[in-house]
Design a protein around this ligand. Structure first.
Ligand code: SF4
Length: 360
């Protein structure tokens, strides 16, 4: 068997076969799809969209990348069903709240579903053996293929000759000598292949999604602990991306916008929550109070928001609260910037303290 590193001389395979290529828009996913397409396979790109995969800007880039390689693209929105992957990962979390193994299996399952819908024969990914030591070692790639239900219908063309033989190779739809043996984190072989295929415009490798960020994870775990995992839905996960988060008590949390865009976003989530903002003559942020605050807690929340208002001195500011459309005003003295309760309430600081607390 020839063990090709560079797919220098590819020959179209017997035609008529269709593949679904998982497509992140990154170079490896582009190369895997183009390589298989150049072997005579009818390739459709599949981008699996979820809550943390980026908004319209990210999708525009995906469409642009697909157009540049001239392959049809399907974008499948899995935002709702993917939430359970984050709430209940069978394989646990990575270093933050990133359920990468389960997320990966989930995407392959979506790939399988689309493969069946489209009458395709196999699924392609741009994974490279050993590129991510924890999740892309030999055993992990094999297990993920099995657990996704794809088994030997999953082809990783960039490392295929280092992995168990797949159905497309066994059946002669793809040939060993046209597939690659890439391993590890190096990029030279991919860049050479990109040049050979005439692919010039591609993004630099990016880190993980927002779920890999520790500050976001602290907010998510706080919400899981106080609301219960299954009560943290799309809106809650979205609010966790915005503003400054302060937990005033076990029941009550306040989210303060950091700029006009965030103030508007928060106002859009006001249903079922309390919106707090300064009266129109004072410049300042909007905030959402979640939970069922006592009158005293609501005053503390208003004082906390007042601290971020454009106001000199510590004289009370007139603040407005809106509950189910009902508006009322209250005078709130801004909290001092050195008030130690800020660190006590800030969700990220609470998580840090909890991690440092001695265990019994
Ligand atoms: S980094 Fe985010 S999108 Fe990527 S596999 Fe992990 S959880 Fe999923």
């Amino acid at each position: 068997m020839k063990n090709s590193q560079h797919a220098d001389e590819t020959t179209p395979s017997p035609g008529g076969k269709k593949a679904i290529a998982l497509f992140s828009g990154g170079l490896d996913s582009i190369l895997a799809a183009v390589l298989v397409q150049r072997l005579g396979v009818d390739v459709t790109l599949l981008h699996v969209q979820h809550l943390w995969s980026g908004g319209e800007g990210a999708r525009r880039k995906i469409r642009g990348a697909a157009a540049r390689v001239g392959l049809p693209l399907r974008i499948v929105d899995t935002s709702e069903e993917h939430l359970d992957v984050v709430r209940h990962p069978k394989h646990g979390y990575g270093s933050a709240v990133n359920p990468c193994v389960d997320c990966h299996i989930f995407m392959l399952r979506v790939g399988k579903r689309v493969m069946e819908e489209e009458g395709a024969d196999f699924v392609v990914t741009g994974e490279v053996l050993g590129q991510r030591p924890k999740s892309q070692h030999y055993g992990a790639l094999r297990d993920v293929a099995e657990e996704s239900g794809l088994g030997d219908r999953l082809v990783r063309p960039l490392s295929a000759n280092l992995l168990p033989e797949t159905l497309p190779v066994r059946e002669g739809w793809l040939r060993h000598e046209d597939l690659l043996s890439l391993r590890g984190r190096g990029r030279e072989a991919q860049l050479a292949l990109a040049a050979k295929f005439g692919i010039r415009d591609f993004p630099q490798p990016a880190g993980g999604c927002l779920l890999t960020e520790k500050a976001y994870a602290a907010r998510v775990f706080d919400a899981f602990a106080h609301l219960g995992k299954d009560s943290v839905g799309r809106d809650e996960f979205s609010i966790l991306c915005i503003g400054r988060h302060f937990r005033l008590s076990e029941r009550v949390k306040i989210v303060v916008g950091r700029d006009e865009g965030e103030n508007e976003l928060l106002a859009g989530f006001a249903a079922g929550r309390i919106l707090v903002m300064p009266s129109p003559e004072v410049m300042g942020p909007s905030a959402l109070v979640e939970g069922d605050p006592t009158e005293e807690e609501l005053h503390v929340a208003a004082s906390l928001v007042a601290r971020y208002c454009d106001h000199e001195g510590d004289a009370p500011i007139e603040m407005e609260t809106v509950v189910d459309g009902a508006r009322r005003t209250m005078a709130a003295k801004p909290l001092g910037t050195a008030d130690p309760r800020f660190a006590e309430w800030r969700v990220e600081d609470r998580a840090l303290r909890a991690r440092r607390a001695p265990t019994q």
